[in-house]
Design a binder for this molecule. Structure first.
Ligand code: GLU
Length: 381
C-alpha cells in the first residue's frame, strides 16, 4: 500500500499516493451530451500520463459503453430491454476501448482491457486470479482499463454501477486512492440543483445515515450511479485502506491535483486500521444472499465483545443460502449490524437457530464447528 510521508503544505495533505484508481463516469466522458467528448478524454489521458510518469500505478475504471454504443449506432430508438442495452454495450465497449488505446498511445502508453462482473470476484480463487492479472499489467507499466462486462452479464451477477465496481478494483489492486470523477464538484450539504445554499463538504470521516439520506438517489445523465452508489463505493474503499475523493471530472487538472494531495472535491480518508485482506473481500465482493436476525445478547457479543455468532443467538433466518455465502446480520429491529460468511446453509441454520452449539451434531447429523459466523469472517457495519 506504501503511503509515503511528505512535507505538509498549505491546502495539501501530507501523503503521497502510489497506486490510484480513477473512475470516469459517463457524464464526465460525454460532458452531459449524448456523445463522447473526445477532446476532454484526451485531456484526462494527459493527466493520467503525467501521473504515470511520476512512477505511480494507475488504473482506469471507465463507464460509457452503453452511451458510446448508442452514439455509434446513430441513436436508434430502441426499447430499453436488457438485450438492447447489451447490444449497445457490445458495440460501445470496443469503440470505447479503441479510444482509450488511441489517446494513451499519444503518450506511448499501453492499455489493457479488463471486463469484470461480480461473479469474477465472488469466489476467492477468481478474485485472486483477477488480482494477478491487474498486477501483471501494472508491473509492465500498462494501464488497466476496467469496465463491467455489460454485454453478457445478467442482473444477478452484475455489480450494477461503476462506482461500486471501482471500489472493488481498488480492493483488488490494493490501491491507496480511489478518485471518483463525476459531473459534481463533490458531495454537498444539500442538493445543489435545488438549494442555492448547498455547501461542498470538503472531508467526510464517517459515513452515517444522515449522510446517506443527504446523498439521496441522484442519478446523473446516462450513467447508472448517483451519490448513493458513490458513498457505498467510498465506504468499501476506505475500509480497505484507500482514501477516496469525489470530484468534478471537469475541474482543471483534477487528477494531478488529487494525486498530489491537493484539497479538491470531497475527501474520505482511509480508515486508520483497514480491514485485513480477507475481510475486504467479504465486504466488497459478494452479493448478500440472506440475513440472520439475532437477539440482544448476540448483538452485544458481536458488536461490543468481538465474538463470533453462535446458533443460540439467532432468532430467524431469511433467504436461501449455502455454507460459504455472505449474509447480513441484523438486530431485532432489522437494522444491519454486520456482514459475514456463514458456516452453515439456511436450511441447517433454521434447524439449529436458538440451540446450543453442542446440539448441532444431533440436530443435523454433522457439524462444521460451533459457530454460525466466525468473527474472522465478519465485519461490523
Ligand atoms: N458499465 C456501464 C457502461 O459502460 C456504466 C455503469 C455506470 O454508469 O456506472 O455503460
Amino acid at each position: 500500500m506504501g503511503i509515503v510521508a511528505t512535507i505538509p503544505m498549505r491546502g495539501f495533505i501530507d501523503i503521497m499516493y502510489k497506486r490510484i484508481v480513477v473512475k470516469f463516469g459517463t457524464s464526465v466522458l460525454t460532458g452531459g451530451t449524448p456523445r463522447l467528448d473526445q477532446p476532454h478524454m484526451v485531456e484526462l489521458v494527459r493527466q493520467c500520463a503525467a501521473v504515470q510518469n511520476q512512477g505511480k500505478d494507475l488504473i482506469i475504471c471507465t463507464s460509457g459503453a452503453i452511451a458510446v454504443g448508442h452514439e455509434r449506432l446513430g441513436f436508434p430508438q430502441l426499447s430499453p430491454t436488457l438485450s438492447n442495452k447489451q447490444m449497445m454495450a457490445a458495440v460501445g465497449q470496443s469503440r470505447l476501448m479503441q479510444m482509450w488505446e488511441r489517446f494513451f498511445d499519444i503518450y506511448g502508453t499501453h492499455v489493457g482491457q479488463i471486463l469484470l462482473t461480480r461473479g469474477d470476484v465472488e469466489h476467492r480463487g477468481r478474485f485472486l486470479n483477477a488480482r494477478d492479472t491487474l498486477n501483471a499489467l501494472l508491473d509492465h507499466n500498462i494501464v488497466p482499463v476496467v469496465n463491467e462486462n455489460d454485454a453478457v452479464t445478467t442482473a444477478e451477477i452484475k455489480v450494477g454501477d461503476n462506482d461500486n465496481l471501482s471500489a472493488l478494483v481498488t480492493i483488488l489492486a490494493e490501491a491507496d486512492l480511489l478518485l471518483l470523477l463525476t459531473d459534481q464538484p463533490g458531495l454537498f450539504s444539500a442538493d445543489p440543483r435545488m438549494n442555492p445554499d448547498a455547501q461542498l463538504i470538503p472531508e467526510v470521516k464517517t459515513i452515517d445515515e444522515t449522510l446517506r439520506k443527504l446523498a439521496g438517489d441522484s442519478v446523473s445523465g446516462l450513467g447508472v450511479g448517483g451519490m448513493t452508489t458513490k458513498l457505498q463505493a467510498a465506504d468499501a474503499a476506505r475500509r480497505a485502506g484507500a482514501d477516496v475523493i469525489i470530484a468534478s471530472g471537469h475541474a482543471t487538472n483534477v487528477i494531478t491535483r488529487a494525486v498530489r494531495g491537493e484539497t479538491i472535491g470531497t475527501r474520505f480518508p482511509a480508515l486508520e486500521i483497514p480491514l485485513v485482506n480477507r475481510k475486504r473481500w467479504i465486504f466488497a465482493a459478494p452479493k448478500v444472499a440472506g440475513s440472520l436476525k439475532v437477539d440482544e445478547g448476540a448483538a452485544q457479543a458481536l458488536c461490543t465483545n468481538g465474538r463470533s455468532l453462535l446458533p443460540a443467538g439467532i432468532l430467524s433466518v431469511a433467504g436461501n443460502f449455502s455454507r460459504g455465502d455472505t449474509i447480513s446480520i441484523q438486530d431485532q429491529a432489522g437494522q444491519d449490524l454486520a456482514r459475514g460468511i456463514v458456516r452453515y446453509g439456511s436450511d441447517d441454520l433454521r434447524k439449529i437457530s436458538g440451540c446450543r452449539s453442542d446440539e448441532i451434531e444431533s440436530l443435523l447429523g454433522y457439524v462444521y464447528g460451533p459457530v454460525a459466523v466466525h468473527r474472522n469472517d465478519l465485519i461490523l457495519l
